[in-house]
Design a protein around this ligand. Sequence first.
Ligand code: AMP
Ligand code: ZN
Length: 502
Amino acid sequence: MTIEQRPLKIYNTLSGQKEPFSPLEPGHIGMYVCGPTVYSDAHLGNCRTYVSFDVIHRYFRHLGYRVRYVRNITDVGHLTDDGEDRMAKGSRVAQLEPMEVAQKYTLGFHDMMRIFNTLPPSIEPRATGHIPEQIEMVQAILDNGLAYERNGSVYFNVRKFIENKPGVYGSVSGRVVDDLFAETRELKNQDEKDHPADFAIWMKARPQDIMVWKSPWSVGFPGWHLECSAMSTKYLGQTFDIHGGGSDLKFPHHENEVAQNFGACGCAPARFWMHANMLLLNGKKMSKSDGNTITPHELFSGDSPHVTKGYSPMVVRFFMLMAHYRSTLDITDEALQAAEKGYRKLMDTNQLLQSLSVDPADYDGSESDTDRAVLTAIEDAYQGLDDDFNTAIVLAALSELGSYVHKYANGQLPAGALSPWVIERLKTAFQTFLFDILGLQDEAGAGADNQTVDGLMQLILDIRAGARAQKDWATSDKIRDALAAAGITVKDGKDGATWSRG
Ligand code: AMP
Ligand code: ZN
């Protein structure tokens, strides 16, 4: 596939402005996005960030780039403000092994990503699966003189880094170093550090720590920031195109990541840093640790004091796309109701558009004003995406296109107002924007698909029941095994067989 050469501009947190983008290696894009900490269910704020990067991923693919999209799973080292590992906390609360907690919430996260129709990353590395790489990185930073060991823990020497590489520390969060120093809050082992701004890259285990590994310095665990430095380097190289995450990660996580990469490899990890803004609930950041959350399932079912009814996953996705990824987005019942209307209207418009046909006899061969307006609106949608992935502009352009579709269909526009090729172009473009790039699905269609599957499954189970009635166990088992291989479980009960997915 050839690359569609469009003049992409991406807002780079490092420079604080939109910059022309072209990848390091023509045709290929390396993108790393900080993944979830899997100690509890993903909340909607997390989902917003991943939906934002999903559209970015999809648009690159649409343009023909090969994207290596790396999104990690944080399953160790991300401490709470009280200094407890979030995974250990999750395991204590649920009375499970930490790895059981990680597995449970990783699977739940994958389900949620599927429900929101996000494409999976190309690589999904786990922090606990990359302890040797992290230990190597700590060693490299020590060897380069930018870290020091104290009682089995290893700390990054922030002041020395600032001296060696002036202007780098603070470049992600856009804050001056003195302010950062003043703000640095201590989590643990404050006394051991040479300076409060230094941060742990390896932590010696305390008696209560349960996720621990051997290292040259102590039995302990890596600092949270380290995993992303180690895994992005391993899978994307020392310098790659894009690093993303939610804006709450700029400091300290991303700032420290940059410092570690310089410390270990002597260069900046990513050329572009992209940050998705926060999803708010009642005007405040949605956060698991603060308890100000609404779970996706609560929103889908309406079982929450914050909403008057349930909203489907695609309505929620549409709602997220109504704002640019760098703007905050406040969840309110009213905004969700507006999103529901907007979403349904767009899907209905698409169905109407796909059913339109042009009688060649009505077409006089000329290009009309409406033709030109339609082509301009399609180009507007592309330009919205080229301009730092502005999905709000795409939706506005689709809505404008929708008005031509309705006017054409109900005769407000004369029969020859659109040339056949423009209608065909519009049909393709509309579907491409809706489904391939914005990643929406027509849920009315999904309902119809489910009905079809239900009907087929009934037929298969009837055939199997017939085989069992004749004691043809071989056929019965063959059907059950083939369904299991397709991800469908059949259960035999007193009243016959039932089936479920998974
Ligand atoms: P966590 O599981 O807390 O490590 O967060 C996973 C991802 O979700 C990170 O990229 C965060 O920046 C992002 N995130 C956390 N809270 C929000 C929020 N309220 N709105 C948008 N993104 C968020
Ligand atoms: Zn990260």
